[in-house]
Design a protein around this ligand. Structure first.
Ligand SMILES: Nc1ncnc2c1ncn2[C@@H]1O[C@H](COP(=O)(O)OP(=O)(O)OP(=O)(O)O)[C@@H](O)[C@H]1O
Length: 329
């Protein structure tokens, strides 16, 4: 049952209030709970990326926000309105690029944009949109002759006809070549600049790194990690690795503060790995490497094969996915 109380929800009339509010969303398919109590907000001009393993519940969340599904429980608000059933108050204010194709294959590319014109009050010009998504030269051909990546671009153009203030992008760049992907990223950045609130799901972590103001990693229906990219990387740690010098024993290895040491045998040799945590994301590896090098200099030994590997979103993602085995299907 949908909770209808709005008491604790932010004021939608506040100029910097969130465009999208999700509170403790649960979504079931029969007995199966696909989304297990997730919460987030998206402000105008902000892009929130929902990352996650296959079957984590991202599409379910977007479809529920779009108003296609009634939440099993929890509260959703888009500009203060419950989106279930796609109420008239939200029509035209939200746009979506969803996973299903939804295109009419026999129309020409241009016709499929003009068709959408009839449904909205202040539509964007079809030719302007075709230029935006680099499909001007395809305007007169039937949709069925477009490649997969070109169809995704046309769906994006359709989503923009009504000048939406909230945009749901479910894997929008799947099948696009790198150039088309970069074009799409530029379009999304421009929409953000114009104040559009964007919810993006993607399996391209670089896409999230480039576009997201905040991101969350979902696994098995739950948000496991959330924050700005910097917050998320801070939660993981950098890795400093070197071969343990033969002249010293592993008991002699230093213990810099904020670093956790582990020693492993590889190729018959001992290797030390320090996982360096701490909020000083930009300087923490430097701090620990300085201590390690000073320690080595004092003993007259060399840290061979010394490597520093910064935390990456992929590391964090794999940790989330790997914590309980791979993705739930
Ligand atoms: N209509 C449905 N009926 C029953 N189960 C469903 C239905 N749609 C999705 N599911 C299940 O709900 C879970 C979440 O699916 P969802 O499509 O939301 O995941 P996702 O995070 O978008 O995955 P992907 O990254 O693979 O697209 C999966 O286990 C899926 O099998």
């Amino acid at each position: 049952m949908t909770t209808t109380s709005t008491e604790s929800l932010p004021d939608r009339t506040a100029p910097d209030g969130p465009a999208v509010v999700v509170r403790d969303l649960h979504q079931h398919y029969g007995d199966f709970e696909a989304v297990k109590g997730i919460s987030f907000e998206i402000r105008p001009g902000e892009l929130f990326a929902l990352l996650g393993t296959n079957g984590a519940g991202k599409t379910t969340t977007i479809e529920t926000l779009e108003g296609f599904r009634r939440p099993s429980s929890g509260t959703l608000r888009v500009f203060g309105t419950d989106p279930y059933g796609q109420p008239a108050a939200l029509r035209g204010r939200t746009g979506a690029v969803l996973q299903g194709n939804g295109l009419m294959e026999d129309l020409t590319v241009r016709e499929s944009l003009v068709l959408a014109h009839d449904l909205v009050s202040d539509p964007r010009d079809a030719d302007e949109l075709l230029e935006l998504v680099a499909l001007t030269d395809k305007a007169r051909i039937p949709v069925r002759q477009l490649s997969g990546g070109q169809k995704r671009r046309l769906i994006l153009a359709q989503a923009l006809v009504a000048r939406p203030e909230v945009l749901y992008l479910d894997e929008p760049t799947t099948g696009m070549d790198p150039e088309a992907r970069h074009t799409t990223w530029r379009i999304i950045s421009e929409l953000k600049r114009q104040g559009v609130a964007v919810l993006l799901t993607t399996h391209y972590l670089e896409e999230a790194e480039r576009l997201a103001d905040r991101l969350a990693i979902m696994h098995r229906g739950e948000i496991r990690v959330e924050g700005t990219l910097e917050d998320v990387l801070a939660s993981w740690g950098d890795r400093v690795t070197f071969r343990v010098p033969e002249e010293v024993g592993t008991d002699d290895l230093p213990e810099p503060s904020g670093a956790e040491a582990a020693v492993r045998t590889r190729d018959g040799r001992l290797w030390a790995t320090y996982t360096v945590g701490g909020a000083d994301v930009e300087s923490r590896a430097h701090r620990v490497v300085s201590e390690l090098v000073a320690w080595a200099a004092e003993r007259g030994v060399v840290l061979r094969n010394l490597q520093v590997r910064g935390a990456s979103l992929e590391d964090v993602f794999l940790q989330v996915a790997g914590a309980t085995g791979l993705a739930e299907q």
